[in-house]
Design a protein around this ligand. Sequence first.
Ligand SMILES: [Zn+2]
Length: 343
Amino acid sequence: MESFLVVVFLIISCASLAFSAGPCKVGATRKLPINQTFLSSFSLLAWSYEGDTGPNHWKGVCETGKRQSPIDIKSSDAVYNALGKFDLKNYDKKLDLNFTVANNGHGMVVSLAGGNYTVSGGGLVGSYKTVQFHLHWGPNNDEGSEHVVNGTAYPAEMHFVSCNTNYPNVTEALKYPDGLAVLGVFIKVEGDDNDAWSFLDFAANVTKYKSSVVVPASDFAVFNKMLPASKSDYYRYNGSLTTPTCNEVVTWTVFKDAVNISKRQIGLLRKLEKQDGKPLKENYRPPMPLNDRTVKASFNATSVATNPPPAAGSTTMPTGGASVSRMTAGLFLSMLLILFTLQ
Ligand SMILES: [Zn+2]
């Protein structure tokens, strides 16, 4: 009888642990972020940011890989490395060409044909052509970024995706560990509209699933203005696409400083619709294990706050302290019950 009760209590305690972790990991949970249009053709199976097709159920390398993205960046563990400045060709120019803005059901993607923008320097080997940029966001300002820093998430994150010029196209680049370089920009919700991000107004043109619009590049601010003012402070690590098929081919750059957009501007993203016609309220993948990888920092990362004050309108961790506390309390209660039963 005693051992039966122990088993019962263990089962109850496990169930309560799963439940207590739920609101952080499940409800707001598991999302992913990358919305490359080109990715959809690589995904043989339907995937999403929720339910049975959400991040917990992604297969293949997404499930088995040891160098997955995003990650929780622990600033105190980042190793200083003078990676150098980026050379961002044409990021300061408005070129006479068109961009395509699209809703691919996983997010908003801006595709850049022609390979006119390139990224090199910054510790990267070789040169990378920027092929598109896209955004990840959450249903509220406490979540939405894919990367988190010291457990703290931002309301959104933008990814500039560039393809190694050693390879003829993205399909080929996806086969090599140095195939892609992605620049990640954290986004905070603060203040008035950010004019450099006025392209977000195009989200209203692509609310419906699979809708797209061709827009003159001159309607966008130069890319340099979308990036943080300080482009020399960033984290660097080797990782993966954050959407299926999760290829481990990405040299990641995550800028230390965030950019600001307004509440109205992030609201435009949250109105995009998924394939089922419902709002795509979140499209981020939660952090994956670092395993044996090292994160480098181009700056003295020990100055980054490990416990940032909860600022209104920004941050907080999706997998944070509250759930840990609940789990600890659950374990403690279970132990007490078991001890009581055994007596
Ligand atoms: Zn992304």
